[in-house]
Design a protein around this ligand. Structure first.
Ligand SMILES: [Zn+2]
Length: 465
């Protein structure tokens, strides 16, 4: 490769989470994302390790979007000395503020709790001050309007994944490199369609679903409706572990629409997540980031994300009341990967009840609690307690915020015949599957190697969705 630059990956290479890619031109070093590793304990542990690159050498950061696996180590980067610009959409800054402050708070609470119990615990990785420092470095950017980052010309384009999400085309001399970020899907719901790849010499492409297509979207919504109907008949809790950002608003949007169409009974819907209620306010403030359909509903005077009996719970007491009651209700709470948060309390209280439905609507990484449940574990350990699984566990395929295999291939086709692809942000089987398909149509492609050593889970690599 006779190129005037190199792209090395220090996260989201050979794995999904921890996005962190370094564009090195020899003269300048630009970091694209600085995300947290998520999923198993071993992956979490990587967040405390060295970045693998010299923090002092970084000249600028481009942030694709506010999911923690893309921005979750920015406070660590700043704590370790980075004080340059972080370019991001205004919506990304608003969302990152809420997500990072929440992450700081959770870490501090976990640490204090462990200390009170006389247990050894890791110090929080960062605190509110570090998050404020990150926010202070953020520079707003527009889609489609070139800007300068460390002397390089960069253009952001709509990724259609979450509000503010962007892909970045970077000009290096007479060459171009495209960073896809997370690519949204083309179905008609909350987010607009992603803009296809521009012509580029080098393309880093996310490959989360590089080996499979989502279930047909209408069939997915039919299944979602029928599970809700059946769960209402069982008169138990319907627990939906969900990311506070994107999946929660998506689920609310579909419940509201199905209620309007008379396709599901109107049940109480509790969003047991103070973070999700803050994210909802960002959605309201950033309607221009959302799909035409959502904007039309809002313009008609109705809240697109409000089922008829929606309630956000704010205090722990509210949460405990829902937990203690036997009323049939939908409970949406974080975390989406079941690695913490209020959903664990609801799961601990209700998974042994055969009236309960656990509806999994998001990606579950290898080694995590969610994957064990998807795989049919008869009992699981939740917050130190062994819990029998008598609940109905249902996985709804096709609600992903990511492009599927067909959409990834379509997105990447337009990069042109000379493009060289590097597959990132996927489990090994997905990365390889996408590489093969891109290579089969004559474009050159490789699976991007990881610059850091990843834990070996010794498990068969199978998808959770
Ligand atoms: Zn994402």
């Amino acid at each position: 490769m006779a190129k005037g630059f190199e792209v090395r990956s220090y996260g989201a290479a050979m794995t999904v989470t921890g996005s962190c890619h370094l564009l090195d031109t020899g003269d300048v070093q630009v970091l694209v994302d600085c995300g947290a590793f998520q999923g198993s304990r071993d992956l979490f542990a990587l967040n405390r390790g060295d970045f693998g690159f010299d923090v002092a050498s970084i000249d600028a950061v481009l942030l694709t979007h506010a999911h923690l696996d893309h921005c979750g180590r920015l406070p660590v980067l700043v704590k370790r000395g980075y004080d340059g610009p972080i370019y991001a959409r205004p919506a990304t800054r608003m969302l990152a503020e809420h997500l990072l402050l929440d992450a700081a708070k959770l870490q501090t609470e976990d640490f204090e709790r462990a200390k009170r119990r006389g247990k050894n615990a890791d110090e929080p990785l960062f605190d509110e001050g570090d998050v404020r420092a990150v926010l202070g470095l953020m520079k707003p950017i527009e889609y489609g309007v070139p800007f300068e980052a460390a002397g390089l010309t960069v253009t952001a384009q709509v990724a259609g994944h979450v509000p503010g999400s962007a892909g970045f085309l970077v000009q290096v001399g007479d060459e171009t490199v495209m960073f896809s970020g997370d690519i949204g899907n083309e179905r008609k719901d909350v987010m607009p369609d992603p803009v296809p790849s521009p012509v580029a010499d080098e393309v880093l492409i996310e490959s989360t679903y590089g080996d499979r297509d989502h279930r047909d979207f209408d069939a997915t919504i039919d299944e979602f409706a029928s599970v809700l109907k059946e769960a209402a008949r069982r008169k138990g809790k319907i627990l939906i572990p969900s990311f506070a950002l994107e999946r929660t608003q998506d689920v609310l949007f579909h419940i509201a629409r199905l209620e309007d169409e008379g396709r599901i009974p109107v049940l109480p819907v509790y969003v047991d997540s103070p973070l999700a209620s803050r994210v909802e306010k960002v959605y309201e403030a950033c309607m221009d980031e959302l799909s035409d359909e959502v904007r039309q509903i809002a313009a008609g005077g109705r809240d697109p994300f409000a089922p008829k009996r929606l309630a956000y719970t704010h205090t722990v007491d509210d949460s405990k009341r829902i937990n203690a009651s036997d009323e049939a209700a939908i409970v949406i709470a974080g975390s989406g990967m079941m690695t913490g948060g209020r959903i664990l309390h609801h799961m601990r209280a209700h998974l042994d009840d055969s009236h309960t439905t656990l509806m999994i609507v998001g990606f579950q990484p290898r080694g995590g609690l969610g994957r064990l449940l998807v795989d049919g574990a008869p009992s699981v350990k939740i917050m130190g307690e062994e819990v029998q699984v008598n609940a109905r566990v249902v996985t709804i395929n096709g609600l992903s915020a990511h492009a599927d295999r067909t959409e990834l291939l379509r997105w990447s086709q337009s990069a042109g015949p000379a493009a060289h692809f590097r597959m990132v942000h996927g489990e090994p089987s997905s990365l390889e599957a996408l590489r093969e398909q891109v290579a089969a149509r004559g474009q050159s492609a490789e699976v991007q190697p990881s610059q850091i050593t990843l834990p070996d889970h010794g498990r068969k690599d199978e998808g959770g969705e």
